[in-house]
Design a protein around this ligand. Sequence first.
Ligand SMILES: Nc1ncnc2c1ncn2[C@@H]1O[C@H](COP(=O)(O)OP(=O)(O)OP(=O)(O)O)[C@@H](O)[C@H]1O
Ligand SMILES: [Mg+2]
Length: 395
Amino acid sequence: MMSQYKSVFKDETKLDINYVPYKLPHRDRELRLLTEFFSFILHAPGKMAQRIVIAGDVGSGKTVLSQRFGMNATREAEKRGINLHYVHVNCREYRGSLFLILYHAVSVFHPSFPKRGYSAEELLQILLQVLDEQDAYVILTLDEFESLIEREGTEAVYKLTRLQETRVNKPQRLSLICVMRNLKILEKLDASTRSTLQSNVIHLEKYSKRQLVDILSDRVSLAFKPLTVPEDTVSLIADIASSEGGNARFGIELLWRAGKYADADDLNVVTPECVRKAASSIYAVMRKSEAAYLSLHEKLFLLGIARFFKESERAYASLAEAEQAYAVVCEEFNVKPRSHTQLWKYLRTLSAVGFVKTEVSENIGSRGRSTIIYLPRISAHELEKELTALLEKDV
Ligand SMILES: Nc1ncnc2c1ncn2[C@@H]1O[C@H](COP(=O)(O)OP(=O)(O)OP(=O)(O)O)[C@@H](O)[C@H]1O
Ligand SMILES: [Mg+2]
C-alpha cells in the first residue's frame, strides 16, 4: 500500500523547472562576468546601455544564469536607491512577436495598458517614455532569441539595439541580454548589429559528469530528506544526463521522477532502480524489437546483468559480477557459458545497441583499470521480464 504520509521529499518545489537556486555550481565565473559587464548600472546608470549574448546547449544553465543575475542585480540596485527592473521574456512563448514581447515589458510598468492601437515601434517609444517618467532602468532578457529573429527578421533587433540614437542627451535606460543556443543565428543580422552583439558573448560549456554530480547534489540537499538519495543514485543520474549532452534539466527531471518512483513503491531510499524506471518512463521506449535481434548468448548475458541490478541496490556492476550472473543464467537455461573474450564482444554489441553502458574506471589501490557496467535507461525489472519472455521462445 502506498503511504500518504511518507515521502523521500522534503520540498519538491526545489526541483521545479522554474526554481532559481541561490547557488549555481560551476557557473560562478560566468555569473561574475555578467555582473562585470553590468557594473556600470550600479555606478553610472543612464550613462550607457549594455548588450550581452549568452549562448550554450540545451540545459547548460542559460536561463537560470540570467535569472540569478537579474535577481542579484535588482537587489543590489535597490540597496543603492536605483530603480532597476529585470524583465525576462521567453520569445518563443510570445511566438517571436516583437509586439507581444514589448507589450509584456510595458505592462510590467503599466499593468492595464491597452493591447490595441499601437505598433511595436510605438510600444518601444512608450516603454522608453515610461522609463523616463519613473526614472527606471531595465535589463530585458530575450530568452530563446532565435524565435524572435525567425519571426521578425533582423529589423526587430536593429530597432532594439539602435534606439538610443534618437534619444540624444537622454539617459540610456534599456539594456539587453540575448539568450540563444547557437551563435549561428547572429550571422543573419546586419553587420553592425552583429558586431555589437558578438563582442559580448558569454559561452556556457556543456556540463561534465562531475559538474552534474555537484549540481544534482545541491538539489538533493534542498529537495530531499537526509540520507534518502545515495551517492550511487546521483552518480547514475549524472551519467545519464551527461550522455544526453550534459543537460542539467534532464538530470533534475530524472531526479524528481526517481523520487516519485521511490514514493510510489514506498521506499525510504531513492535506489538506482528508481532512476532506471524514471529514465525508461522518460524515453518511453522499451527496446523490445531490438532485444529480439540479439543472439542467444547476448540475451543470456543481458539477462544476467538485469538480474544483478534487480537483486542489488547498486548502480554499477563490475565485469566480473556480470560474468558471474551470466554463468548462473546459463546454468538455469542449461547451456554452456561462452568464454571471457566472447563476453567482451557481447558487451560491445549490447553497449552499441544502447542496452547497457560501460565505463572504464580507475581503481585506486587495486590493479589499475577495470570495466564497469550500468543500465542507462531501462528498468532492470522490465528488462528481465522482456528477456525471459524472449528466451522462452529461444530455448
Ligand atoms: N549551475 C547550475 N546550478 C544549479 N542548477 C542548474 C545549473 N545549471 C542548470 N541548472 C538547472 O538545470 C535546469 C536547466 O537549466 P536552464 O533552464 O537554465 O537551461 P537552458 O540553458 O536555458 O536550456 P534551454 O536551452 O533548453 O532553454 C534548470 O532547472 C536549472 O535550474
Ligand atoms: Mg532556457
